[in-house]
Design a protein around this ligand. Structure first.
Ligand code: ATP
Ligand code: MG
Length: 580
């Protein structure tokens, strides 16, 4: 379809000022470029340009899903509570689930995800292994009453997701489709122009089922990542990395009690004891659900990872101020020597080779130097407890130094196994005649979040610098005046480009040149054709590349061919075949 727009008609309400509520670039620019408007916290209207970009993302996702044989469908947003009772999630989902009642006081929810509906649909229709595997997807609004909706489209309460679900007779088939989905997700990121890292759960993460999160790198990302040049990446909270340790003490020494008044921090302690921070050992106290005290010991220069503490001791909670009083524990001087009776002492595995430790003495204002495990105290268990950080060793490359980055989770693939098919009784007849629950996978792309992620990675001080694949309109023709010298030339170029299949807008508004330039850079048309009086007199126009800022003069009778060629090259860069 011909895509020719007049900015005098098109509804693009750009804003000159930064909206005060916007904390991150994508939120600010989506509002300023007239692409979205807020209806309520985390709930947005997509204006014409926002919707165009969103549709482009949807279409890329669609092409990639169709290419791996997933079939598009559409499920209802309103879901009956009965299905959620069957899966057991009605009670566990909590306040994030938006619940409502119909006129007969029957319970419903607005779908935050669609495992229940799809499982109920398939269980009544697919009966035999011969009908498997099957993969279905939809692109639809999702509802989650997030505690903190923020950052515009990055964390909404109503947002657009592509969710796919697959059903299989055996693990091999599930694995095969899971791998296809993961590959498609990589291609989707590439085609959106996103720099990303796949974060795998099977390479040192906590948790059972196999899953991969696709993280778009961005300074404002909520996830802190460590990654290696080999391609391995993980969330710091879940990563098991190789902790570099070079303890200074190599010989056993006597236990020495040191008076350490007013010591609050590890830095102060290392000064008071005259040893390096990494030679001190930090003790964090927690309690089990049964009330047993647990001491977690980590190197002084590292942080305890609460998720790993919970994995090591299920149900453990770190002590609060009140607890220290209740248990009569000296908060600033905890250590493994002379622990209260019954304390579970658990130390980070990276400490195992340290000969002697500088630790708290379990007595206010006192520490020990030269404390030796096995001689002065016992470690009941060694475990992985430390929060990973850049500089740690890659667990795959055996020690290569990891780098740090922040990431936005744009998509995730997940092997569900029989979780939903079992609880909801979705069975099929296997080849041997037995009844078995389906093996399932689910695969989600945050479509609206991806739009914001693209902007986070592609912007500068003047506005958005889209990758061609997501730009709402590919080219802007900017006449600098509306007289009968400039206007006819601009209109002719605009028409010619539209005829050649380029998406093109002409800025025919009665505005000053400065306003038109600013708006064009803000909205971020990847290419601009500037038509001015002097240029036309000399038979030339200016051709500008938005991302690089590069300008070239092109003869009027060559501009259409130049633009078409450039646009086609850019389109090709983001095509399915370019990334597969
Ligand atoms: P998060 O950890 O960021 O809350 P999630 O892991 O709960 O996300 P999934 O259930 O995996 O999200 O949903 C699939 C995708 O949907 C996510 O990868 C993300 O891109 C998108 N998504 C999830 N929650 C939101 C939200 N509140 N706003 C916008 N997109 C979202
Ligand atoms: Mg997720």
């Amino acid at each position: 379809m011909r895509a020719a727009f007049r900015l005098s008609d098109l509804h693009v309400p750009t804003l000159k000022e930064d909206p005060s509520e916007a904390e991150v670039a994508s939120h600010r620019l989506l509002l300023r470029a007239g692409m979205i408007r807020k209806a309520a916290a985390g709930i947005y209207t997509y204006l014409p340009l926002g919707w165009r970009s969103l549709r482009k993302i949807e279409n890329i996702v669609r092409e990639e899903m169709d290419a791996i044989g997933s079939q598009e469908m559409l499920m209802p947003a309103v879901q009956p509570a009965e299905l959620w009772h069957e899966s057991g999630r009605w009670d566990v989902y909590g306040p994030e689930l938006m619940r409502l009642q119909d006129r007969h006081a029957r319970d419903f929810c607005l779908g935050p995800t669609h495992e229940e509906i799809i499982t109920a649909t398939i269980r009544n229709e697919v009966r035999s292994y011969r009908q498997l595997p099957i993969s279905l997807y939809q692109i639809q609004v999702k509802f989650r009453d997030e505690v903190r909706p923020r950052f515009g489209l990055l964390r909404g309460r109503e947002f657009i997701m592509k969710d796919a679900y697959s059903f299989h007779a055996d693990q091999e088939s599930l694995q095969e489709h899971y791998d296809e989905q993961a590959a498609a997700y990589g291609r989707i990121c590439d085609r959106l122009g996103l720099e990303y890292r796949p974060v795998k759960a099977d390479s040192g993460q906590i948790g059972g089922s196999e899953t991969t999160e696709f993280m778009a790198l961005a300074d404002n990302g909520e996830a802190a990542l460590v990654y290696c040049d080999c391609g391995w990446a993980a969330n710091v909270e879940a990563a098991r990395t190789i902790i570099p340790r070079t303890p200074t003490a190599t010989e056993p020494r006597e236990l020495e009690k040191v008076h350490t008044p007013n010591i609050r921090t590890i830095a102060e302690l290392s000064q008071a004891l005259d040893i390096a921070e990494h030679d001190t050992v930090k003790t964090m106290a927690g309690k089990t659900p049964e009330g047993r005290i647990v001491f977690f010991l980590v190197p002084g220069d590292r942080e305890l990872n609460p998720l790993k503490a919970e994995t090591a001791v299920p149900g453990v909670e770190l002590l609060g101020e009140e607890d220290f009083k209740t248990y009569d524990l000296p908060k600033g001087s905890l250590g493994p020597v002379n622990v209260p009776h019954g304390t579970l002492v658990i130390a980070d595995s990276s400490l195992e080779d340290d000969v002697s430790w500088g630790v708290g003495a379990n007595e206010n204002d006192y520490h020990f130097l030269g404390a030796m495990p096995g001689r002065d105290f016992e470690v009941e268990r060694w475990a992985d407890l430390v929060l990973a950080q850049p500089g740690d060793g890659c667990p795959v490359c055996n020690g290569a130094k990891l780098k740090g980055a922040r990431g936005i989770e744009v998509s995730q693939v997940f092997q569900l196994g029989t979780k939903y098919s079992e609880s909801m009784g979705a069975m099929f007849m296997a080849e041997d005649g037995s009844e078995q629950p389906f093996l399932m996978g689910c695969y989600g792309v945050g479509v609206s979040r991806s739009l914001a992620a693209v902007i986070e990675q592609h912007n500068d001080e003047n506005g958005i610098a889209w990758p061609m694949s997501v730009a709402p309109i590919e080219v802007a023709v900017i006449p600098l005046s509306s007289d009968d010298i400039v206007s006819p030339v601009a209109e002719q170029i605009w028409n010619g480009l539209a005829d050649a299949g380029v998406e093109v807008a002409i800025d025919d508004r009665d505005e000053r040149a400065g306003v038109k330039f600013a708006d064009a850079d803000l909205v971020g048309y990847p290419f601009q054709v500037v038509v001015g009086k002097r240029g036309v007199g000399n038979g030339i126009v200016e051709f500008k590349d938005r991302a690089t800022g590069e300008r070239t003069e092109v003869a009027i009778d060559e501009i259409a061919a130049t633009v078409v060629k450039t646009v086609e090259m850019e389109r090709a860069r983001f095509s399915h075949s370019a990334v597969s």
